[in-house]
Design a protein around this ligand. Structure first.
Ligand SMILES: C[S@@+](CC[C@H](N)C(=O)[O-])C[C@H]1O[C@@H](n2cnc3c(N)ncnc32)[C@H](O)[C@@H]1O
Length: 574
């Protein structure tokens, strides 16, 4: 026991010490014992759904810090250390009211292993989400943990790829039909001719072209964010969370069965798992908010460049210990890992949110903090935090199709407005076929990258603005005989309506090519772009003219949908 306690103390404050054989035996014994140890929890019922912070605060005041509750649950679980504490807690709960609700408690005790098995079978009482597919009765669920993880990360992996593509295309067309229906359903329309297109025959509002499949179906992801935690046997592991943290799941599994993760990224996760297991620093515990190792991010590009980002909680470490750990990491990644790392980045993050964050600085430990990727003959510099499409060959097909749609009338001057331009990929790959490109992006660091990328490719006809689209769109005023085409490639949930209103108000924009990676979430944007004029929505509306799905994310249910919208002319009949 003394050895175990001292190894924990060592692990937090001490120096690195490799495990010897005796230690390993002891660890195995310890793990076996741990599985048989009893857990003591009080299930608290009659809580309001959501209100998690208030619930936590309430129980904290009563002396209970370890409470778990998913937002949609009307119950929660308090964990205590012994049966005696559980009985006391039960009394407290049964005599408590929260927001005029009389609470009720139920004592649950089971072994650690039984508790884990419950998580694994999803029989926790939480609402079963889509992510637990395939939906089979828990007792009949014979899936291995790795299969469960694959079902969660790549929910379509059991289907042949052509079937996946049909499904994705159907999802895209469904949103186009919804757009038509929503425009039909608008009330108090002043000028019916502005939505005549929505009453044309057929359920679709425009031509829908055959979907474009991804050239690579497996191992295509260039960016992965791995959680560092404990696997089902309590061993430190680098991989993905086996379920949703909000459902109380904290076990991590290696990504070996995840088809979208590249062999290089799997290898990196594995070797770093070995490093973490040998480390005397503990992995981060998401429930207790203790420990050190938190996240590993990899970017593995088609150029062979590799970016590694290691995130650590350092609240318990002395500055000297932290410096030593950085040196150890540099040594490991450059001398021992066997991986040709282009740049190694380090982030200390002591806050509660999980994953790589923009709230804490990133420190470059080796290299210059950048890696490179080639897209359609152009070269791009990427930093750790910059957005970049994760499937390069499929992104090339998307951008090539976008260029084709923007293809430019040789008799006219053309301006390409690259809205939400990120690091400038779309505008730079198209810059040579237009007169000028104007890129607008609200993240200043991305604009620094975009400017560097334009320079790297000897592109001189681009201007970038580090602003919100809605604040800067009027820099392009449109000249006579000039066509202005806007490519809008916003985040997953679309953009704020004010951005779409600004696009409508910018009357010189003739066409918009909207690239959406979640058409359901972007539907409101489509409607705002196309609804007839009113006091709130000025500028002539657009109408959809063609659409195509381009699959950048095989085995998942995500897909890019690109829609061309053309500005209607005043008094145009349809
Ligand atoms: C999906 S990324 C697209 C990046 C880029 N088009 C590319 O292909 O690499 C979406 C970008 O939209 C930016 N963004 C979101 N809302 C914005 C706004 N209102 N104004 C400017 N940029 C915005 C985000 O910062 C992010 O870089």
């Amino acid at each position: 026991m003394f050895k175990l306690v001292s190894s924990i103390i060592d692990s937090v404050f001490g120096r690195k010490r490799p495990l010897d054989v005796d230690d390993e035996d002891e660890v195995v014994e310890q793990q076996k014992k741990q599985k048989l140890e009893m857990t003591h929890r009080i299930k608290v019922t009659n809580l309001p759904v959501r209100e998690l912070p208030a619930v936590k605060k309430y129980f904290k005041k009563l002396g209970y810090n370890r409470i778990k509750k998913a937002p949609e649950w009307d119950f929660g679980f308090i964990t205590v250390d012994s049966e005696e504490e559980a009985q006391k807690c039960l009394q407290v709960v049964n005599s408590s009211t929260f927001k005029n609700r009389q609470l009720a408690g139920e004592y649950i005790t089971e072994t650690v292993q039984e508790h884990r098995d419950k998580f694994m079978s999803g029989s926790r009482g939480g609402k079963k989400g889509k992510r637990n597919q395939p939906t089979v009765d828990d007792k009949d669920d014979t899936r291995t943990p790795a299969e469960k993880l694959a079902d969660q990360v790549t929910p379509l992996w059991r289907e042949p790829y052509d079937v996946q593509l049909v499904k994705k295309n159907r999802n895209g067309t469904k949103q186009l039909m919804n757009l038509k229906r929503k425009i039909q359903g608008l009330k108090d329309v002043r000028d019916e001719s502005q939505r005549a297109w929505a009453f044309e025959k057929g359920s679709l509002p425009c031509e829908v072209l055959d979907p474009i499949p991804s050239p690579e179906i497996n191992g295509y992801r260039t960016k992965c964010e791995f959680t560092i935690g404990k696997n089902l046997d309590g061993e430190p592991t680098v991989g993905f969370l086996l379920g949703l943290y909000r459902d109380g799941i904290t076990s991590v599994l290696e990504p070996s069965e995840c088809l979208n993760v590249s062999d290089t990224a799997k290898h990196i996760a594995r070797v770093f798992g070995d490093y973490v297991r040998k480390s005397d620093l503990p992995v981060y515990d998401r429930v207790e908010k203790t420990g050190c190792w938190r996240t590993l991010m990899t970017k593995t590009q088609s150029t062979g460049d590799v970016l590694i980002l290691v995130q650590l909680r350092a609240a318990d470490l002395t500055p000297e210990r932290l410096e030593q750990e950085k040196k150890d990491l540099i040594h490991f990644w450059t001398q021992e890992s066997g991986i040709n790392v282009t740049t190694l980045i380090f982030q200390v993050w002591d806050g509660n949110s999980n994953g790589i964050t923009d709230k804490a600085p990133m420190e470059t430990l080796t290299g210059d903090g950048y890696i490179y990727e080639n897209v359609l003959g152009c070269r791009f510099r990427l930093s750790a935090s910059a957005f970049f499409q994760v499937n390069t060959p499929a992104a090339e097909l998307l951008y090539a199709k976008c260029a084709e749609w923007c293809s430019i009338d040789a008799n006219k001057k053309t301006t390409l407005l690259d809205l939400c331009c990120g690091t400038g990929t779309i505008g730079i790959t198209m810059a040579r076929s237009v007169d000028r490109v104007v890129g607008i992006e609200m993240v200043p660091e991305a604009i620094v990258d975009a400017k560097a990328n334009a320079k790297l490719n000897n592109i001189e006809n681009v201007t970038y603005y580090a602003n919100k689209v809605e604040d800067k769109i009027d820099v392009v005023t449109g000249e006579k005989n000039e066509e202005v085409i806007a490519v809008l490639d916003p985040p997953r949930n679309g953009v704020h309506a004010s951005v779409i209103r600004a696009v409508r108000d910018a009357e010189h924009i003739d066409r918009v090519v909207y690239i959406s990676c979640d058409a359901k979430q972007a539907l409101d944007n489509f409607v705002t772009l196309c609804r007839p004029q009113s006091n709130r929505f000025r500028g002539m509306p657009f109408k959809p003219t063609r659409a195509i799905s381009v699959d950048l994310f095989p085995h998942t249910d995500h897909c890019e949908l690109m829609i061309e919208f053309v500005r209607q002319k005043p008094n145009q009949e349809s």
